[in-house]
Design a protein around this ligand. Structure first.
Ligand code: GAP
Length: 479
């Protein structure tokens, strides 16, 4: 892990963005809690996604389906049989790794060393292995042939590669075992598919239309790493777009463009985002691309855009015995729609925003750490300070705070020097600090300090609410 990443993780705990789950008991691996700043960040990201997907499209409906679903759902979707990771153990350290990730990381290392030809050749072999009948064996052979060593121990003492199902099991009712086993959902998508008719009919939508939802998903990740990047409990923001067969390519391209734009609109630097085409398409997909972000630990997926054909609805029709067809009133045709899916991780988006916002600077010879969040994403929109705790300044500051509090998350602070108060808000990513000072008493104006430019302007105190609202709504690109 790079030092920058360590600093981001430590800032998250210190400032109250993210904590280890059940920390007082030693924590639970790959499960995290969101603190006061983290939960605001999360709400803002959800809001930004909901606005962009549901409110800005008259043919997209939002829903919220249950985490627990009828177990046949997961047989139909293929998760019971095929939702596996290929795992390999280092016998020396007893640590477990994903075989495909070991190889991908090794290819990336070759590329970084300028060994492009061997990297390309190995990549081609890797893709072949992913498609092999005996995929675990083919991946194992690559690891052996390339003498890929365990990242932690440096040993070259591997077990075979085995497949491991990622779904968490639990039981309905008081008895364990038998046929009352159910699963914690590993994706939100299936909840949208099984409700296809309910939504289409009640919302009176016609194809093409989409179903969007934000919700928890669970995967028993064996190799959970990099903080909130890969966790066992996480949230997804997924949209399933139902189209007429044959039109999926156009929908796929249109959604790719819109989804990349969403990340840019959240203020993420364009040079840190790229597209990555899947090396291996799932058997039901006819196209799949990931949006990747360059995290401090390298380029990794944040969102997938998948063209899933009619696989899911056909399988639910087969397993439930209920028709999943759509009747087109214009053309009088009946067909099972194709699906284009946009699948973003909420926690992973949060990690993108934290990684992208973090910066260290020197201001007048003093170091400062700033979280340069876009104002619409920032957990706290404005802080209000009285310059000193006397001369009526706290009273005016509280009145400004009260006004703002009706519209946005604000923070009042009268402790410590003004410089220290600014630094605390820089680390929280608060875009505007409003100070009530001597001039406020004379002319009713306040100082507004910009987190990024450090510029200070004076505005009438009665204009503070409108000022902050404008900035949050319109935002501004990262400086
Ligand atoms: N319905 C399709 C689907 O679930 P996915 O690529 O497996 O596709 C979509 O997941 C997104 O969910 C990923 O791009 C990632 O952002 C997020 N995600 C998946 N597994 C995760 C995990 N263990 N921890 C955090 N986020 C995860």
């Amino acid at each position: 892990m790079s030092t920058v990443f360590d600093k981001i993780v430590s800032l998250c705990k210190r400032k109250g963005f993210i904590f280890q789950s059940s920390e007082i008991y030693g924590g639970l691996g790959a499960v995290y809690d969101y603190g006061p700043l983290g939960v605001e960040l999360k709400r803002n990201v959800k809001e930004s996604w909901w606005q962009a997907m549901v409110y800005q499209h008259d043919n997209i409906e939002g829903i919220e389906t249950a985490i627990l679903m009828h177990p046949t759902t997961w047989k139909a979707s293929g998760h019971v049989d095929a939702f596996n990771d290929p795992l390999i153990d280092d016998k020396a350290s007893k640590r477990r790794y994903r075989a495909d990730q070991l190889i991908e990381d090794y290819i990336e290392k070759l590329r970084k060393k300028g060994k492009d030809d061997p990297a390309e050749a190995l990549h081609a072999r890797f893709v072949e292995a992913l498609h092999a009948d005996d995929m675990p064996k083919a991946l194992h052979q690559i690891i052996i042939d390339e003498e890929i060593r365990a990242p932690d121990s440096g040993a070259f003492d591997w077990t075979e590669v085995r497949q491991f199902n990622l779904m968490f099991e639990t039981h309905v009712g008081p008895l364990a075992g038998g046929d009352n086993t159910i699963y914690l959902r590993p994706e939100t998508a299936q909840g949208s598919y099984v409700n296809f008719h309910n939504v289409q009919q009640t919302a009176r939508q016609q194809i093409p239309f989409g179903i969007a939802q934000i919700g928890k998903a669970f995967r028993n990740e064996i190799v959970a790493r990099q903080f909130i990047f890969r966790t066992r409990e996480f949230e997804q923001m997924e949209m399933q777009y139902f189209v007429k067969p044959g039109t999926q390519k156009d929908a796929f391209e249109a959604w790719r463009e819109k989804r990349m734009q969403w990340h840019l609109d959240n203020g993420v630097r364009p040079e840190k985002l790229r597209w990555h085409e899947h090396d291996k398409l799932a058997h039901y997909a006819d196209a799949a691309f990931d949006i990747q972000y360059e995290f401090p630990f390298g380029w990794q997926e944040v969102e997938g855009v998948h063209s899933r054909t009619d696989f899911d609805l056909s399988r639910h029709q087969e397993y439930s015995g209920k028709k999943m067809e759509y009747f087109d009133p214009q053309t009088q045709e009946r067909y099972i729609p194709y699906v284009v899916e946009t699948a973003a991780g909420l926690d992973r988006t949060i990690l993108v925003l934290l990684s992208d916002a973090y910066r260290e600077e020197e201001v007048e010879g003093e170091p400062r750490v700033v979280m340069g969040f876009h104002p619409k994403i920032a957990p706290i929109k404005a802080a209000v300070f009285p310059l000193v705790k006397k001369a009526g300044m706290p009273e005016i500051a509280h009145a400004v705070e009260e006004d703002l509090r009706r519209h946005a998350k604000v923070f009042y602070d009268e402790r410590g020097s003004i410089g220290k108060r600014y630094r605390r808000m820089d680390e929280a990513g608060t875009p505007y600090c409003i100070t009530i000072d001597g001039d406020t008493l004379d002319d009713g104006t306040v100082t507004v300090r910009d987190r990024d430019t450090l510029e200070q302007i004076r505005i009438p105190k009665d204009n503070v609410v409108a000022f902050v609202q404008d900035k949050v709504r319109d935002g501004k690109p990262r400086s």
